[in-house]
Each structure stands twice: as structure tokens, then as C-alpha cells.
Write a protein that binds this ligand. Structure first.
Ligand code: GUN
Length: 284
């Protein structure tokens, strides 16, 4: 049987349409949501992500501003730009695109963003609320993965979910999100030092891979009828985008993300959802 495709692009379109209606209402009441991005250096993948975020803003009627800094920028200078955005009342929310160049510590600069402008949901205060079981601004990719699974009615309560990858952007916050009251999954967080990974994943009802290792999840690692989500992507030398999930997994999975991955558009939709939430929280 062919798996049900977990179509993140389609769901992101639906979410954007709902957000567009909300933005229109805000604009009619005199508030134009406004977002800023900070990009350090010229990593091509980060440039592409930032360009898509600004295109989304343009499409939906969100004001957006781009701060671009050279790859060799000092920590002091980057901090100064973050402080300016924190203090600027015309900016409702912003993000610092990650990863930063090696001489700048990602977590130090994320912590410098005012949590009430943290559209990424990655500030320690916002992560702390998630850890405490009362999330406010959710990290975007984990929120997108949950929305994708819920939209396709993949059962989560009481089910075994294995997440592969313990990164700060996806794996660790996703483990927290899927195990909070109301979602109620039993979560295993596997990583590069986990032994017998295939023995862990083959027992799972849901396997989510966020590593960027091409074809990491193969057919024998998946229980027939499981849901399999590829979050990580890998760019081949020819520029093709490939997911963590090997194509043969489609013979076993009941739900499956497409071969090119499917979560990027959802991450961006969640970013805009966070922005609107911060606008509403500010005017409440
Ligand atoms: N780099 C890759 N994904 C993300 C993200 O969700 N937020 C930020 N700030 N940087 C990223």
C-alpha cells in the first residue's frame, strides 16, 4: 500500500491563507506586522532561507527589513544590531539566522534577542516555558512537525515516537513539545552516539529524523504502518535536495514525507504565526 504523503507544502499554504486573513484584519485596525532578519555572512543556504522568508512577508502584507552583516563582523557589532532591533518599536519580531560563523556563539546571540520579539521561539525564556509545559512562542520547525502530524491525524497520544538528532533547533525542543500534556507521546531522543539505532526505531510508531544525513533511515529500521518524517535535508553535489529518509521506506511507512523533505515551508509559516502572536501579545 502506498503511504499517505505528509504534505508540508500544502499545509503551509493553508496556514498562510489563514494568516493572510488575520494580517488583513490587523492592517485594517492600523497595525502592520513587521519582521526583521539578521544575516551574518553569505552562506548560500542561509541566503536562500532568508530570501524565502522575505518573499513570504511580501506576499502576505508583512513589513520586512533585512540586516546584513559581513561574515567577519565582531560579536560587539552583532550585539549592537540586536540591541537596536530590540529597542525599535516599529519591529514586532526578528531572528538571527543560524548558524553564525564559528567565531560567534549561536546561543549567546539568541539569548540577546528580547524574548517578546523572539519569532524563532529559541530564546531561553521561551524554551523554558516549553520545558515547563506551558509553551508560549514555539520553536518553528518543531511546531511545524507537530502541525503536520496532527493535520494528517497521525496518532500521538501514548505512542512511541523516536526522534533522531538532538540539535537545539529541532530535536531537543521537538522532544519537549511532543511529550507535553495534551500531545502525550512517549518520546525517545536518539543521536549520533546512540547504539543499535535500528533496534530503537523499529519499535516506533513515529520516526522523525533531523540529522541531514542522506538515507539515514532505511526500510529495515521502520515498523510496517509507522509514520516517518524527514526533517533533515542534504544537498547532493548536483544541488538536488535529499531527505534523511531512504526512498525504500515507502514500502513500510503508512505516512511519509516526500523525498525532497517537506518541513521547510511549514517552518516559515510557523515563523509568521509566531510574529502575529507577538503582535497580539504586544497590543493586549
Ligand atoms: N537556520 C536554520 N533554521 C533556522 C531557524 O529556524 N531559525 C534560525 N534563526 N536560523 C535557522
Amino acid at each position: 500500500m502506498q503511504p499517505i504523503i505528509l504534505d508540508g507544502d500544502g499545509l503551509a499554504r493553508n496556514i498562510r491563507a489563514r494568516l493572510a486573513a488575520e494580517i488583513l484584519r490587523m492592517r485594517r485596525s492600523g497595525i502592520t506586522p513587521s519582521l526583521a532578519t539578521v544575516l551574518v555572512g553569505n552562506d548560500p543556504a542561509s541566503e536562500a532561507y532568508i530570501a524565502r522568508k522575505h518573499a513570504d512577508c511580501h506576499e502576505l502584507g508583512i513589513a520586512s527589513r533585512e540586516v546584513r552583516l559581513p561574515g567577519a563582523v565582531s560579536g560587539k557589532e552583532l550585539a549592537h544590531h540586536i540591541d537596536r532591533l530590540n529597542a525599535d518599536p516599529s519591529v514586532h519580531g526578528f531572528l538571527v539566522q543560524l548558524p553564525l560563523p564559528p567565531h560567534l556563539d549561536d546561543s549567546r546571540f539568541i539569548a540577546r534577542v528580547d524574548p517578546s520579539k523572539d519569532i524563532d521561539g529559541l530564546h531561553p525564556e521561551n524554551l523554558g516555558k516549553l520545558l515547563g509545559g506551558e509553551p508560549s512562542i514555539l520553536p518553528c520547525t518543531p511546531a511545524g512537525v507537530l502541525a503536520l502530524l496532527q493535520h494528517h491525524d497521525v496518532p500521538l497520544a501514548g505512542r512511541n515516537v523516536v526522534i533522531i538528532g538532538r540539535g537545539a533547533l529541532v530535536g531537543r525542543p521537538l522532544a519537549m513539545l511532543l511529550s507535553i500534556k495534551g500531545v502525550d507521546a512517549t518520546v525517545t531522543l536518539a543521536h549520533s552516539r546512540s547504539t543499535d539505532l535500528d533496534q530503537i526505531t523499529v519499535r516506533a510508531d513515529v520516526v522523525i529524523s533531523a540529522t541531514g544525513v542522506k538515507d539515514l533511515v532505511r526500510e529495515h529500521m521502520v515498523r510496517p504502518g509507522a509514520a516517518v518524517v524527514g526533517v533533515g535535508i542534504h544537498r547532493s553535489e548536483s544541488g538536488e535536495i535529499l531527505s534523511d529518509i531512504a526512498p525504500c521506506v515507502q514500502r513500510r511507512a503508512a505516512w511519509l514525507t516526500p523525498p525532497h523533505g517537506s518541513v521547510g515551508a511549514l517552518t516559515r509559516a510557523m515563523l509568521l504565526k509566531n510574529l502575529l502572536k507577538l503582535v497580539a501579545m504586544r497590543s493586549a
